[in-house]
Write a protein that binds this ligand. Structure first.
Ligand code: AMP
Length: 228
């Protein structure tokens, strides 16, 4: 089972991916998170991509596809993959189709999380992240238990550099120009499901999981749940 989440920055993809991957035992592949971890580690890859990320620019396709390929080839006991933040361009979408085909897989569902622009700005400007374990918080909607400290590892929370307003505006423009056209690509393949992402995280999770549940069937031969 391969599921994609598409949405502008601030649509809440990260939060949904965490919940959905646990609920359905899906291996999450979040390119933004993977790259941020590499930047923190100061790895060769991290050093290569840091400049693009800080400026809110897209990292070159070949680097991203290499990251995704390696993550997918790790293997796992999960039922499949949940992709967040990839693909972001038509070229990446084609590369993903190719990569999956080579492994005998295909995309089953693509969720398009729609959120109004003023709400996106409100969410991103209040977003805080733990620089150690990457858990997400919000100064109004999802406060840490102790002021400005991560609930899990007690590290002081920070604002991502690319969550600053001028960078956010650039990322939103890139989303409209590069990523939004992908919706049509997947709609034509009848894989796209529109989700109203303006509500609370629980409500968005309920919409997505209701859709997945109504499309899952249980295969008693393989002892696995599959999409109908
Ligand atoms: P995100 O957390 O998904 O908003 O990603 C943060 C940053 O990582 C983006 O602004 C890009 O610089 C980079 N990035 C993540 N995924 C991709 C991708 N699929 N293609 C190019 N750049 C990406």
């Amino acid at each position: 089972m391969v599921i994609l989440l598409i949405g502008p920055p601030g649509a809440g993809k990260g939060t949904q991916v965490d919940r959905l991957s646990q609920h359905y035992c899906l291996n999450k592949v979040g390119t933004g998170d993977i790259l941020r971890q590499e930047v923190v580690k100061r790895s060769e890859l991290g050093v290569k991509v840091e400049g693009y990320m800080k400026k809110g620019k897209l990292v070159p396709d070949d680097i991203i596809v290499d990251v995704v390929t390696r993550r997918m080839d790790w293997g796992s006991n999960c039922r499949g993959y949940l992709l967040d933040g990839f693909p972001r361009t038509k070229k990446q979408a084609q590369m993903l189709d190719h990569l999956l085909k080579e492994r005998g897989k295909k995309i089953d569902l693509v969720f398009n999380i729609e959120v109004s622009e003023p709400e996106l700005i409100r969410r991103i400007s209040g977003r805080r992240v733990c620089p150690k374990c990457f858990r997400l918080y919000h100064i109004d909607y999802n406060k840490p238990r102790v002021d400005e400290l991560c609930d899990y590892c007690r590290t002081p929370l920070i604002q991502r550099e690319d969550d600053r307003e001028e960078v956010v505006r650039k990322r939103l423009t890139l989303y409209r120009e590069e990523t939004k056209p992908l919706l049509q690509y997947y709609r034509r393949q009848s894989k796209l499901v529109d989700i109203n992402g303006n509500g609370r995280a629980e409500e968005v999770f309920r919409q997505i999981s209701a859709y997945i549940d109504s499309h899952l069937s249980y295969n008693s031969h393989s002892n696995k749940a599959e999409l109908k």
